[in-house]
Design a protein around this ligand. Structure first.
Ligand SMILES: Cc1cc2nc3c(=O)[nH]c(=O)nc-3n(C[C@H](O)[C@H](O)[C@H](O)COP(=O)(O)OP(=O)(O)OC[C@H]3O[C@@H](n4cnc5c(N)ncnc54)[C@H](O)[C@@H]3O)c2cc1C
Length: 447
């Protein structure tokens, strides 16, 4: 990371999450001078890793996928390919009080494991064939799914497949990955995810933690930490930016911070921007538990990298990630698990004190991981008030509209996971889109 004593850059990027860093990297690789301003003391935002006593803790984002085109390409270009490792193929879902372990890469294993009934598998196969025609489109550009962004996920899956599909596959995935319910989420989101699950992609991570990717990007960039932007005022020939050190001018700005914070900074907005800047976020807690060397998961969770608990079975816990199954090189002296609560619990518990949160979560966790509460060596609690942008009906269409009306000479462009798919790959895609807009304006060809 360079200091910011270098001459004024052509482009300022605000926010050093994966969206902002990707935008800056794409521009820099094409010879455009760019500087990133980040309000905190570290890069990565919601994609960061802590090291505690040699153990790796992914604080926010937990998993990547070999089906993430933008992140795969960044990993290759940064020379990290040998560090990009696949998790085990085992995942688990609770049904009728039983933890059911199956291989996510083998659709038949959901039958023999008992997760789905034969009739449900048959319906799934029959209805999925019809849905396949929608699948062949980019999984990382949410705007491309606007034609199916017409109804909520609960209604669509209930009607197409039956309530078992909503309750045991769609709801646990939406809460476990995005901390939101199928009633408040457009069917476009799970339909896009289903599309890419069928492409044979593998769940993966980076050796040493997911935060290595933003850190590696930042190594190549001019990033200024502890530089909170306070206000932004687009002008005719430039953009004025207020920092703690005063106002500065930039030719072009990519604003890559979460929507509510972005809205606070902007003095004026267009209607297309306002629609997206009003995006709200789900909340969650990630309680990370380092367990002593003697604790072992039950057989039903052996080698499982992720457990999802449907609402019919849960009190608060939506998902548990197992570090050892993410990457067998991690946590050699014992297990480390990351426990995430559903969106409703996240909103309620975020203000609780740590002891109360620990007690509440351990009590429920003991049911699925027997003996866990007596085996905690250490814990870390991460409170995510803005964990993931919500995707109600209309967000994909709003993104498509914004991209269609954004002119190439627009001086301020929005990026971030709320501007595309609500996960790391979508955030990176939104950064690349904004960078390409700038390149286009500068007369450079973009693919
Ligand atoms: C618990 C949890 C689990 C998740 N699991 C996964 C997963 O398994 N897989 C996956 O792909 N995704 C996952 N995600 C989602 C993923 O982490 C995010 O979608 C992605 O990291 C968002 O990146 P971003 O760049 O859009 O935003 P952010 O990461 O939020 O980055 C924005 C940056 O802007 C900075 N900033 C804010 N305001 C200002 C300001 N005024 N001036 C300067 N800088 C500012 C912030 O400090 C931050 O660094 C998870 C998220 C959470 C919270």
């Amino acid at each position: 990371m360079a200091g910011h004593s270098t001459p004024d850059p052509q482009v300022l990027v605000i926010g050093a999450g994966i969206a902002g860093l990707t935008a800056a990297f794409v521009l820099q690789q094409r010879g455009v001078s760019v500087r990133v301003l980040e309000s905190t003391a570290r890069v990565g935002g919601r994609m960061t890793t802590d090291l505690v006593g040699g153990r790796v803790i992914d604080r926010g984002a937990q998993f990547l996928s070999t089906g993430y085109p933008m992140l795969s390409s960044l990993v290759r270009r940064l020379g990290l390919s040998s560090e990009w490792v696949r998790t085990t193929p085992w995942t688990a879902v609770v049904r009728e009080g039983r933890v059911i372990r199956f291989r996510y890469d083998d659709p038949l294993s959901s039958l023999w494991s008992g997760l789905l009934r034969p009739q449900e598998i048959w319906t799934l196969a029959r209805q999925s064939l019809g849905a396949l025609s929608t699948v062949r489109r980019p999984i990382n550009d949410y705007g491309r799914w606007s034609d199916v962004d017409v109804t909520d996920a609960a209604s669509w899956y209930d009607q197409q497949f039956g309530p078992w599909m909503t309750e045991y596959l769609v709801e646990p995935m939406l809460q476990g990955f995005y901390f939101q319910s199928p009633e408040e989420t457009s069917c476009a989101l799970p339909r896009a995810i289903a599309g890419f699950l069928t492409q044979g992609a593998h769940t993966s991570t980076l050796r040493g933690g997911i935060g290595r990717l933003p850190s590696a990007l930042a190594q190549h960039l001019d990033v200024c930490l502890n530089q909170a932007v306070l206000a932004i005022e687009p002008q005719r020939d430039s953009v004025a930016i207020e920092t703690p050190e005063g106002w500065i001018q930039a030719g072009r700005v990519i604003l890559a911070i979460p929507a509510p914070q972005a809205l606070q900074l902007l003095r004026s907005t267009s209607e297309a921007e306002r629609l997206l800047l009003s995006t709200t976020y789900s909340s969650t807690l990630n309680l990370s538990l380092g367990l002593d060397g003697g604790w072992r998961p039950p057989d039903s969770l052996n080698d499982v990298y992720g457990l999802l608990i449907p609402r019919l079975e849960r009190r608060r816990i939506a998902a548990v990630a197992f570090e050892k199954a993410k990457d067998s090189a991690r946590t050699l002296d014992g297990h480390l698990v990351n426990v995430m609560v559903d969106g409703r619990s996240g909103a309620e518990m975020i203000a609780w004190d740590e002891a109360r949160i620990l007690q509440e979560i351990l009590q429920e966790l003991d049911r699925w991981l027997p003996g866990v509460s007596g085996a905690v060596d250490f814990h870390r609690l991460y409170r995510w008030e803005r964990a993931e942008p919500r995707s109600p009906v209309g967000r994909a269409s709003a993104i498509a509209h914004y991209r269609a009306v954004a002119s190439t000479d627009q001086r301020l462009l929005l990026a971030g996971d709320y501007m595309s798919m609500p996960f790391t790959e979508g955030a990176a895609e939104s950064g690349r889109w904004a960078a390409h807009r700038v390149l286009h304006h500068l007369g450079q060809d973009v693919a």
